[in-house]
Ligand binder design. Structure first.
Ligand code: G6P
Length: 643
């Protein structure tokens, strides 16, 4: 977790470091800090809470130097207090380190250092690193002088980092500065993201592209185990074995929508409103132009090498949080439409209780950020165990669905479906969820088309059925436009009713059950109201005991296989005095709802693309009405890079 930045060049580093941290604040905002170095030594500023506190401190005290590092924290080891904020320093105060990740053997290292007299000032796992470096630099410094009598600072710092890294277990991205070498910066990564941005006579390193987007478009993503020494003159890149590596930089793409709220009050609201555009782009890219019903070519244009889908007999999906809900909708589509048995796993559970291996299995990792540690670790484990099987039927086939094809996920899997939603800043995922859903529609249609005539959960797969669905998908961007305009107003007007609400139940069935889960998650994440998503038919087996007039029930009821059943379940809630909010088409059947958040009547299989909108807007307006920090809810972070 957390975000790190580091800059070296020929201008004052601190303003750019703060700007980089601003772009990374979605990765954590428990505290922030920077350290710069110049001829006078180390200048370290840290502040608890959001970045604005650090910025105020910088404005009052300054932090001179053309080289520096910065950090925005999501607390793992140690409370979110200033003393646990990064950068952390060694005992002499000359070595400063920022780190994103977890040093798993920190306790052992701490004990060893304490035994040799080192005094720790924080509870973090990171603090062992500056102390180890300080000790190593002392050892290396003894007697090492360059011909002009000066110490070769940068080279020495690099050697110290290279000597210390093998002692660190876990996943990390880190940046180090040393007061004795103000013209050098060392960065390293292992299983946590780090990119180097190449400017003119300056380099900016960061955990993620938003921090680089306003600085440069030329980037060098670091690979696992690599260490780099940066000076204003250039980059020296080394692999894990200490061998020099030469690699060409690449160009950053998709950063046009960089953090700008436009006229919206919050990023989340802006991102909800961007969904018609996300859908329109997807339609333009993936549904070929020929009019429905006349095309003989493929129904869906997926930028995938067909081999990854060839002969697939079953699908496993690994994901966390909102991405997992998109995967659950996807599983429904893959089973009902393409007839492929599909299982969805919590990535964090899969890794430690993997199911028996099956042949001809496609494993899909879904993560909007492409950096979620649980998802990456589960995928890596699956890849490794499949590689050990001699039978080619069990060979790994990995597909990623992500908004960040350049991410760690993108580098790990064989093929990627890029959801192309543009940068999402709000911690609560909205447009990336829609993008993930659309990716699954594309995948399910492509697989169904390969399996025409076979049986799927929803009956025989026919081209007519698939054509009808693609026609339905083309209408989605316009439907979203109208729906968002209408529900934005309606949800805002409704929000005051939730002022004293403590619990909300979300009900859905079939393909809309994951949307009920997503509705509950959104509400929990940003409004801190306890919410549960339940399959509507299960309500009578437990949650019904919670119901009374104070507990609103949001029920998703769309015409299709389970319409009547869901309406009956809603009646059961109404009989217990619950306030009933329906997400359903306006018709005679839906008059039982106290409040109707109307959605157009579409093919049930397409309905999640629309029913999710009132969920997002209701959560947003309830949280905004309560005056909460919608874009940066407490305790959360957008990209969870620790397991
Ligand atoms: C965090 C966020 C969630 C998100 C989850 C998975 O927990 O707070 O909103 O759904 O990570 O993120 P990913 O990047 O893998 O989709």
């Amino acid at each position: 977790m957390c975000g790190i930045v580091a800059l070296i060049g020929s201008r004052e580093a601190a303003p750019q470091l703060l700007e980089g941290l601003r772009q990374l604040e979605y990765r954590g905002y428990d505290s922030a800090g920077i350290a710069t170095v110049d001829g006078a030594g180390m200048h370290c500023l840290r502040a608890e809470g959001k970045l604005v506190n650090l910025t105020q401190r910088f404005e009052a005290q300054g932090a001179p130097g053309q080289c520096g590092i910065g950090h925005t924290r999501w607390a793992t080891h140690g409370k979110p207090e200033e003393r646990n904020a990064h950068p952390h320093l060694d005992g002499s105060g000359t070595v400063a380190v920022v780190q994103n990740g977890i040093i798993e053997n920190h306790r052992l290292l701490r004990e060893e250092l304490q035994a040799s007299g080192v005094v720790f000032r924080s509870d973090t796992d990171t603090e062992v690193i500056p102390h180890l470096l300080g000790r190593e630099l002392e050892r290396l410094q003894a007697g090492v002088l360059s011909p002009d009598g000066r110490r070769p600072g940068g080279a020495l710092l690099l050697r110290a980092v290279q000597a210390v890294l093998p002692r660190l277990q876990g996943a990390y991205a880190l940046a180090v500065v040393w007061a004795e070498a103000p013209g050098a910066l060392v960065v390293a990564r292992k299983a946590a993201p780090l990119l180097i941005g190449l400017g003119e006579g300056e380099f900016l390193c960061a955990s993620d592209t938003p921090a680089l987007a306003g600085f440069t478009r030329t980037i060098l993503p670091m690979e696992d185990g690599e260490v780099a020494l940066l000076t204003p003159l250039g980059i020296e890149l080394y692999d894990q074995g200490g061998e020099r590596v030469e690699r060409s930089p690449s160009l950053l793409s998709g950063t046009e929508h960089v953090a700008d709220k436009r006229s919206f009050r919050h990023f989340m609201l802006k991102e909800i409103h961007e969904q018609p555009e996300t859908a329109a782009l997807w339609v333009a890219r993936h549904l070929p132009d020929a009019p429905a019903g006349t095309a003989a070519g493929p129904l869906v244009a997926l930028p995938l090498d067909g081999a990854v889908l060839e002969g697939v007999e079953r699908i496993d999906v690994l994901a966390c949080g909102t991405s997992r809900h998109a995967a659950q909708v996807g599983a429904y589509l893959l089973e009902q439409l393409a007839g492929l048995p599909t299982r969805v796993f919590y990535a964090s559970e899969f890794r430690y209780s993997p199911p028996p291996l099956g042949p001809h299995t496609l494993t899909i990792g879904v993560t909007q950020s492409g950096e979620t540690a649980d998802t990456l670790a589960a995928l890596a484990m699956e890849q490794e165990r499949r590689q050990l099987v001699a039978d080619p039927a069990y060979a790994p086939r990995l597909l990623g669905i992500t908004n960040r094809p350049e991410s760690s996920l993108g580098r790990m899997v064989d093929q990627v479906l890029d959801i192309g939603a543009g940068i999402e800043v709000g911690v609560a995922a909205t447009k990336t969820f829609l993008g993930q859903l659309l990716a699954f529609y594309g995948l399910a249609l492509a697989l169904a088309e390969r399996r025409l005539g076979l049986q799927a959960g929803g009956g025989t797969i026919t081209r007519e059925r698939l054509l009808a669905l693609t026609a339905g998908l083309r209408a989605v961007p316009q439907q979203l436009r109208e729906l968002i305009a209408e529900h934005d107003r309606q949800a805002e007007a409704l929000a005051h009713r939730f002022e004293s609400t403590q619990d909300v139940i979300f009900l859905g069935r079939g393909i809309n059950f994951p949307i009920a889960l997503e509705g509950a998650l959104k509400l929990k994440e940003i409004s801190y109201i306890h919410a549960e998503g339940y399959p509507a038919g299960e309500m009578k087996h437990g949650p019904i005991a919670l119901l009374d007039a104070k507990v609103p029930v949001v029920s998703i009821a769309v015409p299709g296989a389970v319409f009547d059943k869901v309406l009956s379940n809603a009646q059961e809630a109404k009989a217990r005095d619950a306030q009933l909010i329906g997400v359903a088409p306006a018709c005679g059947d839906t008059e039982l709802f106290d409040v109707l958040l109307a959605v157009p009547e579409v093919d049930e299989l397409l309905s999640p693309l629309l029913t999710v909108i009132p969920m997002q807007l209701l959560s947003y307006h309830i949280a905004a009405h309560r005056g909460l920090d919608v874009d940066q809810p407490r305790n959360l972070a957008k990209s969870v890079t620790v397991e």
